[in-house]
Design a protein around this ligand. Structure first.
Ligand SMILES: [Zn+2]
Length: 149
C-alpha cells in the first residue's frame, strides 16, 4: 500500500504556490473534495481540464489514494493560507519575479524559482511542515481534552 508522503506533497504545492499557481488548492478542493465538474472548475481558474486532472493526479498519488487526497487537500489549504507567490502577472501576460525582476512565461516560473531562489523554496517547505506539526498538535490537544472531561 502506498504511503502518504506529506513532505513530497508540501514540496509540490510550495513550488506551485510560489510559482504563481496559488489557485491550485482551491481548484482541487472544488474538484476533488466538493466534486464539482472538471470543466466548470478548469474554466473558473482559466486552466485546461488536462491541467486540472494533472494536478489532481499528482496530489492523489502523493496522498496514497483518492480518499486520503480528499482529507489532505483541506489541510494543505490551511497550511498554505497566507503563502504568497514570488512572481506576479504583468500587463503583457508574462510573469515577473518579485525577487530579481526577471520576466518569463508562466511555464518557466517554477524552474526559475527552483534554480535561482532555492532558499525561499526550502524556507517555505520548512515553515509549511512546521505549520503541519502545529495543526497536528492542536488536533491531538482537542482529542486529549475531550477524553479527559
Ligand atoms: Zn527571480
Amino acid at each position: 500500500m502506498k504511503q502518504l508522503d506529506m513532505k513530497s506533497l508540501v514540496s509540490y504545492v510550495a513550488l506551485k504556490v510560489l510559482g504563481g499557481s496559488d489557485f491550485v488548492l482551491d481548484a482541487l478542493e472544488e474538484y476533488l473534495v466538493k466534486g464539482d465538474g472538471p470543466a466548470t472548475v478548469a474554466h473558473r481558474y482559466s486552466i485546461s481540464k488536462h491541467q486540472l486532472r494533472g494536478y489532481a493526479q499528482r496530489i492523489t498519488e502523493k496522498s496514497g489514494g483518492e480518499l486520503r487526497a480528499k482529507k489532505v487537500v483541506p489541510i494543505l489549504r490551511e497550511i498554505f493560507n497566507g503563502t504568497e507567490p514570488v512572481v506576479s502577472k504583468t500587463q503583457s501576460g508574462m510573469f515577473a519575479c518579485k525577487l530579481c525582476g526577471q520576466t518569463m512565461p508562466k511555464e518557466d516560473t517554477e524552474e526559475h524559482i527552483r534554480k535561482f531562489h532555492k532558499e525561499i523554496v526550502v524556507l517555505t517547505i520548512k515553515n509549511s511542515m512546521q505549520k503541519l506539526e502545529n495543526i497536528k498538535k492542536a488536533r491531538e490537544q482537542i482529542i486529549f481534552t475531550s477524553v479527559n472531561k
